[in-house]
Design a binder for this molecule. Structure first.
Ligand code: ATP
Length: 234
């Protein structure tokens, strides 16, 4: 990331079952995403893509095996230092009652939230500039709890802007582009690519364009890795 640190993500023989569940959702998953790399995860619905990504911020812990960042088990980071490394954009955009600024600078602990230029830039990269600047109060416009006063695609763009604003070492996008039209999706990803060149990006996506551009693709089937390679190789 911008802070000059690293951002390698490695899964080493990771198996996972949800607490109290009998069945394993991930089985012996291994892969490495190097600093600067974009790795896409594909697989049918229920194959375990979101579950896999959830192990990185420790929403759950691996049942067996290890999830490592820069060679260190995620369990050995403090929650704060781990979360600081990650820009996680979930499948469903999470927005709070506040303004565009407070939503984009969320989790910033006031460090940069006064930096309107950084918020603006993150929104611009995320293709939200046009709709935000159309609102009467622009970056101070009110966002309702859950983002109920803006559209699904607008919500996604502000959630992505939050991650961009954070400038993390590792970006995690869990199907975060699904509500965007084809053109917006394409422009956003190209802008994002410039911005996140040094970061590691893990992405679950359905669109073939997104997958094609990844440095590597990990194919999951019922919780198992059945293929790793470039689009060309697979
Ligand atoms: P999709 O493409 O539909 O988002 P996915 O590949 O991301 O699917 P997951 O959401 O990781 O798949 O789900 C994998 C399996 O884990 C499913 O069988 C699902 O029912 C189960 N599962 C997901 N979340 C939980 C949970 N919190 N508790 C128990 N089981 C869960």
């Amino acid at each position: 990331g911008k802070n000059g640190l690293s951002g390698e993500v490695e899964f080493r023989n990771v198996s996972f079952k949800y607490p109290d569940a009998a069945e394993y959702i991930l089985r012996n998953v291994s892969f490495t995403a190097s600093k600067g790399e974009t790795v896409a995860f594909i697989g049918s619905t229920g194959s375990g893509k979101s579950t896999l990504l959830n192990l990185i911020p420790r929403y759950y812990d691996a049942t067996e095996g290890e999830v490592l960042i820069d060679g260190v088990n995620v369990k050995n980071y403090t929650q704060q230092s781990l979360r600081n490394k990650l820009g996680y954009v979930s499948q469903k955009a999470v927005l709070f009652s506040g303004t565009v600024i407070s939503n984009v600078a969320y989790g910033d602990n006031g460090k940069k939230s006064s930096d309107g230029a950084a918020v603006k830039k993150a929104v611009e990269i995320s293709q939200g500039k046009e709709f935000v600047e159309k609102m009467e109060d622009q970056y101070s416009a009110a966002i309702a709890q859950g983002g109920t006063n803006i559209s699904g695609g607008q919500k996604q763009r502000l959630s992505i802007a939050r991650a961009v604003f954070k400038q993390p070492e590792i970006y995690i996008f869990d199907d975060s582009f699904s509500a965007l039209d084809y053109k917006t999706d394409r422009v956003l990803r190209s802008e994002l690519k410039k911005e996140t060149r040094d970061a590691t990006t893990l992405i679950v996506a359905q669109r073939i364009g997104t997958i094609k551009e990844a440095d590597r693709i990990v194919v999951l089937e019922e919780g198992e890795v059945v293929g790793i390679g470039t689009h060309r190789e697979l």
